[in-house]
Design a protein around this ligand. Structure first.
Ligand SMILES: Cc1cc2nc3c(=O)[nH]c(=O)nc-3n(C[C@H](O)[C@H](O)[C@H](O)COP(=O)(O)O)c2cc1C
Length: 168
C-alpha cells in the first residue's frame, strides 16, 4: 500500500485539513511508511535551500488544502505553486470541503492536482474527517501505490514541461 515515503504539506484554517493530514500520516506510519507532516506556511518560511533539503528524501509529496470563499486555492497554496515545481516528485492532492458549495466542492485540491499534473485521484473529505473516512483514505493511498506499480507515474509531466515553472 501507498508510497514508500511521503512528505505531507497542508494548509488549514479551522483544523479540518490539519486533522485529515494527521489521519493520512497515521495511516502511512501504521503501514511502516516514513511520513513527515508540516504546515504549508512553515514550509514556505524555509529558505529554498532548506526546503530542497527537506523534500530531498521524499519521492511523494501529498498536498492538502481547504477551499475558500473565492473558490480559489488559499494564498499559501498559490505561493507554493508559484515557487516550487517539484520536478521528479510524485504529487497527490487532498482536500476538505463542503458539498453544499456544489461544483466548487474541494476545488482548490483539484487546482493543485491539475497544476502539478498529478496522475492520481484527488482525495475529497467533507469537513472534519471521521474514522469512517479511513477506508476512503486507504483507497486513495493505495491508488498512489498502484500508479507507481504500473509505472504510470512516468507519464508525470510528459510533454508538458513548458507548463512547469521552476523558480530557484
Ligand atoms: C466562506 C467560505 C467559503 C467556502 N467555500 C467553499 C467552496 O467553494 N468549496 C468547498 O468545497 N468548501 C468551501 N468551504 C468549506 C471549507 O473549505 C471547509 O469547511 C474546509 O473543511 C475548511 O478546512 P479547514 O478546517 O482545514 O480550514 C467554504 C467555507 C467558508 C467559510
Amino acid at each position: 500500500m501507498a508510497p514508500r515515503n511521503a512528505l505531507i504539506l497542508y494548509e488549514s484554517l479551522s483544523g479540518n485539513t490539519a486533522q485529515l493530514s494527521m489521519f493520512i500520516q497515521q495511516m502511512l506510519e501504521y503501514d511502516g511508511v516514513d511520513a513527515e507532516r508540516m504546515p504549508l506556511r512553515s514550509f514556505l518560511d524555509l529558505s529554498i535551500a532548506d526546503a530542497e533539503a527537506m523534500i530531498g528524501p521524499y519521492g511523494t509529496i501529498l498536498i492538502g488544502t481547504y477551499t475558500d470563499d473565492a473558490h480559489l486555492p488559499p494564498e499559501p497554496i498559490e505561493e507554493l505553486m508559484e515557487t516550487y515545481a517539484f520536478p521528479d516528485k510524485q504529487i497527490a492532492a487532498f482536500g476538505t470541503g463542503d458539498t453544499q458549495w456544489g461544483e466548487t466542492y474541494c476545488l482548490a485540491a483539484h487546482t493543485v492536482a491539475k497544476h502539478y499534473q498529478s496522475p492520481y485521484p484527488v482525495l475529497e473529505i467533507e469537513q472534519m474527517p471521521a474514522r469512517s473516512d479511513e477506508e476512503k483514505i486507504d483507497h486513495w493511498l493505495e491508488a498512489i501505490d498502484d500508479e507507481q506499480t504500473h509505472g504510470k507515474s512516468s507519464d508525470y509531466g510528459t510533454g508538458k514541461s513548458g507548463a512547469v515553472h521552476r523558480h530557484h
